[in-house]
Design a binder for this molecule. Structure first.
Ligand code: SF4
Length: 399
């Protein structure tokens, strides 16, 4: 079975980045109903343009409608589904059975993928959704390797697995922490991430005395999960018959999407050639983009303290994003600046084919050919370089 690398597309820039760096498909959302209220998302017009672009490139796009709907959502949803029918995405990603029924009732003939929000943790549940007419099931992120393997062996249904990105510490689709603390519903795309906050215990007659909270053998009380990274297991997941490898991160940057997509593209291609072997460069590159430290989550075993980042919920990243190459003409690398590059800097150029090379900056020019000391974000410049640099390459600098 062909496999698919599925990348997040929080907006058009990220969608193009994902495609340039090797995604077979992207998932995206309209302005409502899609569980990532805090990213740009797509208006209907932008979505039409996005699908024109994807079709031209021979790629697929799936639209998320994976909120848990309330009664008053359905009128708006009906109109939205009619609009989507005209755009005709390659699939709708749905979690709520009511939304599923609405799609069927309206005879919207678009394949349905069952979202990880539906918390599908066993082969019977996959069969249930398959019998209901779902075309694919995105498994819950709380499954171990053995459970995924068992399900893959016992169902005749496309399976999608999250392989990289932020994960919830609670069971998919069942967290109400954000509702409780902020009145923001994570099942409607508004999560404020209270699982990442730092907690202490305060006894009510001793205000100001913050007692630390520990763990015991029964579980975890501090919730800040490291990010999922299953790059080492891509070979065995391909062998198990998993169809789609999903990268989390519609709210992440275009650089993040490009780099992570590029690494997993390499890994999947190698697995498909039958000679999968982890390349140390992949790990280094994955650490260069924002992360909370990496964990295999539930994949290898029950999660334990090594899966949690107790020190900080802040992201770290090993490299800064400095620009995107948009042309190469006669030894001149033209780029759009995203940060400050100055003479003497050692930068890295990372191409969409995932070749990377270092370059010491001797001189920088603006588009009038005037030499400048440093770049400013959002302006265009060029540098001289003998080797041809691929369009859309990223310019980065390791910290
Ligand atoms: S609070 Fe944390 S665990 Fe809960 S939905 Fe938000 S990110 Fe997930």
């Amino acid at each position: 079975m062909a496999v698919e690398l599925l990348s997040p597309a929080g907006n058009m820039e990220k969608l193009i980045s994902a495609v340039n760096f090797g995604a077979d498909a992207v998932y995206l959302s309209g302005k409502d109903y899609g569980l990532r209220a805090n990213t740009d998302n797509f208006s209907l017009e932008e979505m039409e343009n996005a699908f024109d672009f994807l079709r031209e490139k021979g790629k697929k796009g799936y639209v998320t409608i994976n909120i848990y709907a309330r009664n008053n959502d359905f009128n708006g949803l009906k109109n939205y589904l009619y609009d989507l029918k005209k755009i005709s995405p390659d699939a709708l990603i749905i979690s709520d059975p009511g939304v599923f029924k609405l799609v069927r009732d309206l005879k919207i003939d678009i394949p349905i993928h069952i979202s990880t929000q539906s918390n599908v943790t066993n082969y019977m549940a996959v069969e249930f959704w398959r019998n209901m007419g779902a075309d694919r099931v995105v498994l819950a992120r709380e499954l171990s390797r053995d459970e995924i393997k068992f399900i893959a062996e016992h169902v005749d249904c496309e399976l999608e697995v999250f392989v990289h990105g932020a994960i919830c510490i609670s069971h998919s689709g069942r967290c109400v922490l954000s509702n409780y603390f902020n009145n923001k519903d994570s099942n409607r795309g508004e999560c404020t991430h209270p699982c990442r906050w730092s907690y202490h215990l305060v006894e009510e007659t001793r205000p100001g005395e913050y007692l630390p909270v520990f763990e015991d053998e029964r579980g975890t009380y501090i919730y800040n999960s490291k990010d999922l990274c299953l790059i080492e297991h891509i070979g065995e997941l391909v062998d198990m018959g998993v169809k789609s490898f999903k990268i989390e991160g519609r709210m992440k940057t275009a650089m993040y999407v490009s780099v992570v997509t590029g690494v997993y593209r390499k890994a999947i291609d190698m697995a498909l050639r039958g000679n999968f072997k982890v390349d140390e460069d992949w790990i280094k590159i994955l650490h260069s983009v924002s992360n909370r430290g990496y964990t295999k989550g539930f994949y290898a075993k029950e999660v334990d303290e090594s899966s949690i980042n107790y020190k900080t919920s802040a992201y770290s990243r090993g490299a800064d994003f400095l620009g995107v190459v948009y042309d190469y003409i006669s030894g001149k690398v033209f780029f759009h600046s995203k940060g400050k590059i100055q003479k003497g800097d050692l930068i890295e150029i990372l191409t969409p084919k995932f070749n990377f090379f270092d370059l010491k900056i001797e001189s920088i020019f603006d588009l009038n050919g005037v030499e400048v000391e440093f770049t400013k974000p959002n302006y265009d410049y060029f540098i001289m370089f003998d080797e041809e640099v691929q369009h859309n390459s990223l310019i980065r600098r390791y910290r």
